[in-house]
Design a protein. Sequence first.
Length: 210
Amino acid sequence: MYDLDGVITTRDSFSALILARLRRAPLRLLRALPATAVMLLGAQERRRRVAAARVAEIALAGMRDEDYAELASAFGDRIGEDPAWMRVGTVERIRRQHSRGVRIVIATATEERLAQALLARAGVPYDLLSASTLTETGSGMRVADHRVGARKVEALREQRVAVETAEFVTDSFTDLPTARAAGRVVLIGASEKTRRRYSRAGFVIADEAV
């Protein structure tokens, strides 16, 4: 099981898409600032998650589903072919494992169609993708299922992934619920602060600096 952002990529892909969209509409950017502050600085995970959904809603206001699909596909293509965005070592690790018959699951908070386009362009093989989804409303696109924190591991179980026997590769302490459930945890791209937090939480981490 691999997280996507920070592990396969070097940065957060969906946040980059949202920021690019906001930059093209300064008024939307101003409207998003209060929620952005909570998303980045909030002490409670739930409040950060709600704020992130609000920022996405503002950025994607007025879009239809087909418009978003086109945007996500183009953005994912661009990221997937950009060496500055991809962790080549992780991609090669996944390819080696997949060639040996290891089942690869990508578990990410990034939106599904963006993740699909990115992974396809980068040539990352996988057997199952568990990703966040959006839904079209009368005012634009909204987050329908944000697979972050405890929701990530819950969704994996819904998809019949044997989390308890799987290796989980992450860079984020937000993934602690999935890490606690997994059979083994590997850190790739994690900061020293994140490594210390996992250590304090009682994990013996297989650390791979890819």
